[in-house]
Each structure stands twice: as structure tokens, then as C-alpha cells.
Design a protein around this ligand. Structure first.
Ligand code: 13P
Length: 254
């Protein structure tokens, strides 16, 4: 049985003081998290110490939206996985489509980042997803599996709890368009099959595959109904306590 994960990617939103207020309000409203759901927040780097402080002891995890492909050194402006891990973070997103697109991050760089995250003790949340023209041409599955293979070249998670894969179709991010539940399930199943080829059947059975792209309380339950969809990577709907809390409760079957 895979524990569903609901992860909020705040992107470049909120100041440290706004984050502090959000965490407090969220924990107050959450009370005890629904059993069998894991919750994680992924704020931008300057907010991570606030997450560490405010979420300590709550059971709610946190992580970074990106880490460097280098362990340490003269890389001005970069943030290392070790620095993030030392704060008590559990996760690091790698290969988000916004980074692939606006910073031209190739899958080979994403693999190096995943490797650094693992070496620092973080669990990478590896994002993959196709642009609209690829989906319209019928090539979505082949495109995404190729992206997965290249983003995992040389990456050895060691166990299924040391990797999360997030399927985020580029055309569904921040657009209000979501993949159909059937398309999300088809892709999640294909990703799991590929992970079985790469790391073995036991690994694939235990690894979590998330969907991301315009998740809202109104569409989350039907997306989660897919047997291979183990939760969500949530952008916009994670910014408000009420909507994110609703998503967490839905993942807990409430
Ligand atoms: P939205 O939920 O705002 O579409 O963003 C999805 C996303 O990119 C999460 O990483």
C-alpha cells in the first residue's frame, strides 16, 4: 500500500513572514492529519528555515523547489542539497517544467540534481510532462518516458521511498486545464512500468507517482481514483490554507 502524498509547490510566492502565518493557520486547522496521508510543503529557499521551525514535530514535511547539481563550491546563487537537508527537509523537487522551460534545464542536469538530493539524504520529487503539441500529436507517453529515462540516468534511489515521480503535463500547469483522470492514470501506469524496468518490480510497486496541473478541490477526487495515481503536486491551490486543507482531506478519503 502506497501512502498518498499531497505536496504544495508554492513556486515564487509568499515572504518568510507570510509563510509563518500560513504554517500556523494550516497546522491549527489540520489538527491531526488524516491517517494515511503524507503532507509536504515546498516553499522557496528563504522560507525553508521558517518551515523547519514552524512545522517541527507536526508530521508535515517540507522540501525545496530545486537544488544544485553540485555538492558544494564556487557556484554563486546556487543552493545545495546538503544545505537544504541540514534544515530537516525531506524532499527536493527536480526537473519542474518551469525550470526545464525558462532555464533550459535538460534531463541530464535534472539527473545530476536528483543524484545530489539523494546523496544529501533528500527524496527527489522528479517532474516530467509533455507540452501541448506533443500530446496533440499523440506522442505524450513516449515523450514522458524518454524524459524519465534521461532524468534518472545514473540515479540510484536505493528504495521506493527515496523517489517520487510527478507527472505534470506542461499545458495543465497554471492554465485551469487538467488532464482527464483517464489520461493521468494512463501516464502514471506507464511511468510505473518504466520504473519497474529500471529498478525492478518491487521498487515500482512501492514508488509514488503524483499528478500535477490545475488540481483543485473540485477535480482532485476523480484524479486520485486512478489506481496508479498516489497523490498530487499542487501549485495555485496550495497558496490558500482552505483549499490545500481540502485537498489533504480528500486524499484521506474525507
Ligand atoms: P498549478 O496547480 O498551479 O497548475 O501548478 C502545478 C504545478 O506546477 C505544481 O508543481
Amino acid at each position: 500500500m502506497r501512502t498518498p502524498l499531497v505536496a504544495g509547490n508554492w513556486k515564487m510566492h509568499k515572504t518568510p513572514s507570510e509563510a509563518r502565518v500560513w504554517f500556523n493557520e494550516f497546522l491549527d486547522e489540520l489538527g491531526a492529519a488524516p491517517p494515511g496521508v503524507e503532507v509536504a510543503l515546498l516553499p522557496s529557499h528563504p522560507l525553508l528555515p521558517v518551515a523547519a521551525e514552524e512545522l517541527a514535530g507536526s508530521g508535515v514535511a517540507f522540501g525545496a523547489q530545486d537544488v544544485s547539481a553540485h555538492a558544494w563550491g564556487a557556484y554563486t546563487g546556487e543552493v545545495s542539497a546538503l544545505q537544504v537537508a541540514d534544515l530537516g527537509a525531506r524532499y527536493a523537487v527536480v526537473g519542474h517544467s518551469e525550470r526545464r522551460r525558462y532555464w533550459r534545464e535538460p534531463s541530464e542536469l535534472v539527473a545530476a540534481k536528483a543524484d545530489q538530493a539523494l546523496k544529501a539524504g533528500l527524496t527527489p520529487i522528479l517532474c516530467v510532462g509533455e507540452p501541448l503539441e506533443v500530446r496533440e500529436a499523440g506522442g505524450a507517453v513516449a515523450y514522458v518516458l524518454d524524459q524519465l529515462r534521461r532524468s534518472l540516468a545514473g540515479v540510484e534511489p536505493g528504495g521506493p521511498d527515496r523517489l517520487v515521480v510527478a507527472y505534470e503535463p506542461v499545458w495543465a500547469i497554471g492554465t485551469g486545464r487538467t488532464a482527464t483522470p483517464a489520461d493521468a492514470e494512463t501516464m502514471a501506469a506507464a511511468l510505473r512500468e518504466e520504473l519497474a524496468v529500471r529498478y525492478g518490480a518491487g521498487f515500482a510497486e512501492g514508488v509514488r507517482v503524483l499528478y500535477g496541473g490545475s488540481i483543485k478541490p473540485e477535480n482532485f477526487a476523480e484524479i486520485l481514483a486512478g489506481a496508479n495515481v498516489d497523490g498530487g503536486l499542487v501549485g495555485g491551490a496550495s497558496l490558500e490554507v482552505a483549499s490545500f486543507l481540502r485537498l489533504v482531506l480528500l486524499a484521506g478519503g474525507l
